[in-house]
Design a binder for this molecule. Structure first.
Ligand code: MN
Ligand code: MN
Length: 452
């Protein structure tokens, strides 16, 4: 009669959990930005025989295709049938909170050259102080040439950092929101003055290095996207090595588990897909985010290949019959901060993938509240396939809250529910997931693709 909770470690072999975690850690070592993630995922898709949708010329009832959108998001499909029967989709986001360089980033102040930044997404600013930072991105020069920049991820590379004020001079008791200012999130770039220069000699020396090494000048930063992320590789955490600590697990842990699920799912009852999105952390705006139409266009292209004439109406039909798993992380119970949760409805590390009926805040605003009918179908598939799952809500009512991409898929007519592993230290430079939940999330996504 009572609802049971089950610990994954009691139910699965250590070896299968560790094998999966090892592959995941390898993925997280390289997938540090949305562009790098798209690149890694595309490589894995190609190796598995998926081809770009625009190049497809075979049987439209048997397709393994993908479409990359502006190098920052992508949609992947395995079509096995008439698409009008609907699909099962898993959607995750591949952008994570970080610091972005400003359009004119380079300044010299008190003989130190600095890169000015604007933070992206929900960060606690003090998390970004006194840690090694690396930069990844692209610069488009005036001649149109693309230059890729990656500094700090190789052992021989230098890193960047933002030093905090020393405790000796930090006696003022200020509110956190006043103490840490966004305009002080400036990276140290150099301290050597260029000889022969009188004004801004240190900045001039940095510009000289940039010119020599990358062939770029100060104006080139205007047409660039350079992202600053922690130079902290993923690590196993705990004496029992039960956890993985890494930057960007929100939400690349779901992107990776969804990718593995679609690559390995067998005997599909209908067509399936995964969509990896950009811009979730800043409200899903922009043409690479969940509000954009690129994935709808891809579905429409497949309908046309299947001979559908009125693809506008058919698209609505497909979406209405489509089941969407909004694959995103949730907040696990941290014993140091347990008062923020309704502990009766909060997820614990190691107790499986979390099923989140609604996110939102203050009276369920801004959420897709999954229908009981749909949650019932999901629960049945998970139970019949022995997946270990638990319930999650996003903190105590009126305490705060969060959103996911779920509502953008719900408004298209699909049934949607949020599901993913619980994290500790979410949105920090070193987020924590349980290897057991990581594995169980993959198992959940796979059986849903195989059975919904
Ligand atoms: Mn997320
Ligand atoms: Mn997030």
């Amino acid at each position: 009669m009572k609802m049971e909770e089950k610990n994954v470690w009691h139910s699965r072999g250590r070896e299968e959990i560790e094998d999966f975690a090892k592959d995941y850690i390898d993925f997280m070592r390289v997938a540090k930005t949305e562009r790098l993630t798209v690149r890694v995922v595309e490589g894995q898709l190609k190796r598995a025989g998926f081809i770009p949708l625009e190049e497809f010329a075979g049987n439209p009832l048997d397709m393994a295709v993908y479409q990359v959108n502006r190098k920052k998001s992508l949609a992947v499909f395995r079509i096995v049938d008439d698409l009008k029967k609907g699909m099962t989709l898993i959607v995750a986001h591949i952008d994570s909170p970080r610091l972005d360089l400003k359009p004119k980033p380079l300044v010299e102040d008190e003989r130190i050259a600095l890169f000015k930044t604007h933070y992206y997404g929900g960060v606690k600013k003090y998390h970004w102080l006194n840690i090694p930072l690396e930069v990844h991105g692209v610069v488009f020069r005036a001649d149109g040439e693309e230059v890729e920049i990656h500094i700090g991820d190789k052992p021989e590379d230098p890193v960047f950092t933002i030093p905090d004020l020393l405790p000796h001079l930090d006696k003022e008791d200020q509110k956190i929101s006043e103490k840490f200012q966004a305009e002080q999130l400036n990276l140290i770039v150099g301290t050597i003055p260029l000889s022969g220069e009188e004004k801004e000699a240190v900045k001039m020396n940095v510009l000289k290095i940039l010119q020599e090494r990358y062939g770029i000048n100060e104006e080139d930063f205007v047409s660039a996207e350079i992202e600053v992320v922690p130079a902290i590789p993923p690590r196993e955490v705990g004496l029992d090595k039960s956890l993985v600590g890494a930057y960007g697990q929100d939400d690349r842990v779901c992107a990776y588990t969804a990718l593995r699920a679609i690559l390995e799912a067998q005997n599909l009852p209908r067509s399936v897909g995964i969509i990896l999105l950009d811009k979730e952390e800043i409200g899903s705006d922009g043409n690479t985010g969940a509000k954009a139409r690129f994935y709808l266009k891809a579905i429409r292209s497949i309908l046309k290949l299947q001979g559908v004439k009125d693809s506008e109406y058919a698209l609505d039909e497909v979406l209405e019959k489509t089941a969407v798993i909004s694959a995103d992380v949730c907040a696990g119970v941290d014993p140091n901060y347990k008062d923020v949760h309704d502990l009766h409805n909060a997820p614990r590390l190691g107790y499986g993938v979390a099923l989140v009926k609604y996110t939102g805040s203050r009276g369920k605003y801004s959420t897709n509240d999954a229908h009981a009918e749909f949650v019932g179908r999901i629960r049945k598939v998970l139970n019949e396939n022995g997946v270990i799952w638990q319930v999650a809500t996003f903190g105590k009512v009126d305490r705060g809250g969060a959103g996911t991409v779920a509502k953008y898929f719900a408004e298209k007519g699909s049934d949607v529910v949020d599901m993913g592993p619980a994290l500790l230290g979410m949105h920090s430079p070193f987020e924590i997931v349980s290897k057991a939940d990581l594995y169980e999330t993959y198992r959940a996504y796979k059986v849903l693709l195989e059975n919904l």
